[in-house]
Design a protein around this ligand. Sequence first.
Ligand code: SF4
Length: 422
Amino acid sequence: MSIKLIASDLDGTLLSPDHLTVSERTVKALREAHEKGIKIAIATGRTLSMIYDVIDQLPFADYVIYSNGAAAYDLRKARVVYSHPLPQSIAADIVDYLDCREVYYEVYAGGKQYSQQSKQQYFTNLNLPQEFLEDYIRKLYFVDNLAEFAKENVCEKVNVYYFGNPRLNEIREHFEACPDVLFTSPVAGDIEITHTGVDKVQAIDAICAELGITRGEVMAFGDADNDLGMIKAAGYGFAMENGAELCKREAEYIARSNEVDGVARAVERYALGKKPRLLVSACLLGENCKYNGGNNKNPAVIALSRDFELIPVCPECFGGLPIPRVPNEIIGGRAISKNGEDFTAEYNSGAEKTLYIANEKNVRLALLKERSPSCGKGGIYDGSFTGKLVEGNGITADLLIKRGISVFGESEIDNLLDEADL
Ligand code: SF4
């Protein structure tokens, strides 16, 4: 199914580890996806007013799902397309409880983040980077009485910051036991409270309905438990390599860490179809091109089609040898059959044709059948037709290596993936 919507969390996912920057590669990949007609949605626990800097870096973005999915905003039409706030009586109960326990909290309402005027200095003692703090405080809206504000306005979320608070466990247990609220703690020192049922996936459903697409056409990225719903629901649900263990266990796909542009790499591969090319021995993919008319089908090799554009090659067939054929082994650099005939010319021709294909298609990686007199790398049969191995390469593998192509055997898939740096 093709991808029509990309939804990505920000912190630990789309943003670089500085929590501020969208890398050049990520902007480029998302812009290209958008130019292909794919809609782009930011899906964050932050609120709208806290991410204008991110939107500036992604001016083509279409939607923002904010406050953990309590609302979704259409950036083109400048309107809220989905909203699931806290009922006012529940918001009132939450702030009354927190005020009694002298804990610092913020209220998210109407896409803005509100704090109590008298608590402006709260963050200054937390040993957080000064630049981050100044930016954060600059984006806050301050009111004289936050509890009253929460009771009089429609609130999407209440965020509790419990750094160093001795009543942490009591607060956690209280909210965990409340049936009317959803309690998450995606980062240390932070408790996020929304109405029961709020989830980024509900907001994604609303956007899908507006676009007339299905969950199967959504590509979603996240790193924390509050992303799990959308990761599991999306047709292409990615947990970040640097993400929570639960996310990684439940996700169908894993994206590389945000430190190495994991979102961009996955978008390039799955949404833009930019997979690196890999030359593969055709018999490993199940083609009956072996000397005896059979194959060496290998599911782990076939599964590489998820990460690579596979280009099957059978050098012996390219060299004009029939199927079936008498087996050959390498003796003194020549391909000699079990009957003693010399097929070196056919083997060389097959190797040249394989190299030609590699060059034509700009392939720099190959995964070839081990021990074959054509494809084997590192070890081949010794020419006695007794199954004894010696060091050496098959004729095609040898030519490819000499021409700068990285060749791996089927037992070296991990090395191949390292080299490919997907
Ligand atoms: Fe497989 Fe290579 Fe032999 Fe062809 S030449 S059957 S691809 S090992």
